[in-house]
Design a protein around this ligand. Structure first.
Ligand SMILES: *Cc1c(COP(=O)(O)O)cnc(C)c1O
Length: 635
């Protein structure tokens, strides 16, 4: 298919079509020559330039692209927005952000946050020993803030106590009562005073996907009785001064600012009363929840948010100040644990399209004199097809098609005739579908007709490995072509991945002010790759993925954009090889090679193949073991 230049199509129409301004948070845009660009305040670089650079480096699709400047910019925006709000509202405490490592544990990401974040003293939230060890080894020790959530055994506690000796502000957040006695015991034994926080079981109910981690049935946090017990126990041990932080995580991806405000008010009540109980609290930790507007629609839908970052910070600071002033309580240091909002924007999954399926007639065979009457009946439907009669024609064409199926089943028509009928059927459906645009009201039966006739574009990726939340929780991510955006997209499609699983598909897309079941795309051009990007995938996707069909980790490339429009490939990690993924499921590649060699050698011995063929076979087998698990184009 040739490129169709449509001079009436402007790149700005593409921007609107894919809703890029809504979801990009100013990090992505479109250039007049139809390319998606990654943007910072000082520069903008077409993603296609980066893709070309990947190809030159033999980094095959799919690739997970990380843009370090965007990660830095989000940390900066978060910290500056809190500083601004604190200054404007004359709040007396300061802000300390921590990044929850579970949201993206990859070393490149965590190291970059530790490095760039050091100017804001940005810390880490950890929920396990491995995360604790990652934090201890990357964060600057003097004053580096580490919030320890999760179940903590003696080893975990010892790591944290030693960290305090090194200069870290390492705070154990008590989630269950038994932890406290272990902390006290280890503290005495090592002679190091702990810093302690308490996690409150919040009663504020939160909407959105993750609401079950809030409310009374939350599995996390202490009930009011347990809070009192902790205070009394610390008093008795003369350690109440160790209790410094109150932790109130409301949930993740909270779309409604009103609920955040309500949660902060509740947190303040606990804070005030605990201070009145004699606790020398210094920090109030509001947890995560700062949402990402995946759909770009600024709504209180669970995939969106009805507030800006500035508004979030102002509302949090303002609510804290007003509520605590009522109780004449000193303003605490505000801690938040924003994960999703920190890392989502910085990663883009890029893949190429391998093939498409269209639901259109490939050819309409002219009527023959001795044609089977069932075919002639199918042809006749087009004769009375008008917008007024779409439903009737839709019913008839299905009826005749079923008749054809029955004739085939009983051996009265052959495969070739059935194929002629299939084309006639698709032809009529396409004509009906085109007429629907003229109708004021689409009959209910026909509402999904366009969807059922949309193309399938096969993308070179595994949904289960790279976008698990689409499968697991119907998460929406923005998807769009990263080039050809100055051309009118002429197809409507759903996406399929290359696993053999019918769940490996994307069939809900973000458009301008609404979601849609199909994505507008361009016809493929012979001999040219067509690239799509899935955006905002930096949070939770990278390690939640699995090895469905043994598709492994993708190649990963980290770039840094420069002011002059150039960019540096800062880091690249080759994805899993076939040998890698096989060994994850306990195969032994060395032994597999040996066994394959033995099969080939036996074939030589029995005269089924030549020794030269044996050599070629073994070479191909060994090369495959070291190859990428995804579809590779030959040079
Ligand atoms: C998961 C989690 C977070 C991160 O939440 P986001 O919505 O991604 O910001 C923060 N704190 C705790 C305790 C968590 O469990």
């Amino acid at each position: 298919m040739d490129r169709q230049i449509d001079f009436l199509w402007e790149y700005k129409q593409s921007a609107k079509l894919y809703g890029i301004e809504g979801w990009s948070n100013d990090y992505f845009g479109l250039s007049p020559d139809g390319l998606v660009t990654a943007k910072t305040l000082t520069t903008s670089v077409p993603l296609m330039d980066i893709v070309n650079g990947m190809e030159e480096r033999d980094l095959q699709m799919p690739v997970l692209l990380r843009i370090e400047n965007i990660l830095d910019a989000q940390i900066q925006r978060l910290n500056e927005a809190f500083r601004e709000a604190i200054k404007d509202l004359n709040y007396q405490g300061s802000y300390r952000g921590v990044y929850p490592i579970k949201v993206n544990q990859q070393a490149q990401v965590v190291e970059e946050i530790a490095d760039f974040g050091s100017r804001y003293k940005h810390g880490f939230e950890v929920g396990s020993k491995p995360e604790m060890i990652a934090a201890l080894s990357t964060l600057e020790e003097m004053g580096g803030l580490i919030i320890c959530n999760g179940y903590k055994d003696q080893e975990f506690i010892d790591l944290g106590l030693w960290a305090i000796k090194l200069g870290f502000l390492c705070i154990f957040v008590i989630e269950t009562p038994p932890e406290l006695s272990l902390i006290i015991e280890r503290s005495k034994s090592l002679g190091i005073e702990p810093m302690i926080g308490m996690r409150v079981k919040m009663s504020s109910k939160i909407s959105g996907h993750w609401n079950s981690s809030s409310g009374e049935r939350s599995v996390f946090g202490l009930t009011t009785t347990q809070l009192i017990d902790v205070v009394d126990c610390l008093k008795q041990e003369q350690m109440l001064h160790c209790l410094q932080l109150l932790h109130c995580h409301l949930g993740s991806q909270i779309p409604n600012i009103q609920e955040i405000r309500n949660g902060v008010v509740e947190a303040c009540r606990y804070y005030a009363d605990l201070v009145n109980e004699g606790a020398e609290l210094k920090y109030i930790d509001l947890g995560g929840g700062l949402a990402v507007d995946y759909t770009g629609m600024q709504s209180n839908d669970e995939q969106s948010r009805n507030y800006s970052l500035a508004e979030y910070c102002e509302d949090v600071v303002d609510t804290l100040k007003q509520t605590l002033d009522n109780y004449h309580i000193e303003h605490p240091i505000i801690v938040t644990e924003s994960g999703r909002a920190t890392v989502a924007y910085a990663s883009v999954l890029i893949f190429n399209i391998l093939d498409t399926t269209r639901f259109e007639p490939t050819q309409i065979t002219p009527q023959k004199e001795d044609e089977h009457p069932a075919l002639t009946k199918m042809r006749s439907v087009n004769d009375y097809l008008t917008p007024e009669k779409v439903q009737e024609c839709y019913n008839d064409i299905h009826y005749y098609r079923n008749e054809i199926h029955e004739l085939f089943r009983t051996g009265q028509i052959n495969l070739r005739t059935q194929s002629v009928a299939e084309n006639l059927f698709l032809d009529t459906l396409q004509q009906i579908s085109n007429m629907l645009d003229e109708l004021e009201r689409i009959p209910p039966d026909l509402e999904d007709l366009k969807l059922s006739l949309s193309d399938i574009y096969y993308g070179n990726f595994s949904l289960f490995q790279s976008l698990p939340d689409i499968w697991a929780i119907d998460q929406l991510f923005p998807v769009m072509p990263i080039h050809r955006l100055n051309e009118r997209p002429d197809r409507q499609a759903v996406l399929s991945d290359i696993t053999c699983d019918c769940d490996g598909k994307i069939d809900c897309f973000i458009g301008h002010q609404e979601t849609s079941k199909t994505l507008p795309l361009h016809s493929l051009i012979e001999g040219e790759e067509y690239y799509l990007g899935v955006f905002l995938v930096g949070a939770y996707q990278e390690t939640l993925g699995d090895l469905h069909n043994l598709f492994g980790d993708t190649n990963v490339v980290s770039v840094r954009l420069n002011r002059d429009g150039s960019f540096d490939f800062v880091k690249e990690i080759h994805g899993d090889t076939i040998a890698d993924v096989l060994s994850y499921v306990e195969y032994q590649p060395k032994e597999m090679q040996l066994r394959y060699r033995n099969k080939a050698e036996r074939a030589v011995k029995e005269g089924r193949i030549s020794a030269r063929e044996r050599q070629q076979m073994i070479k191909a087998f060994n090369a495959s073991l070291l190859g990428y698990t995804y579809y590779e184009r030959e040079e």
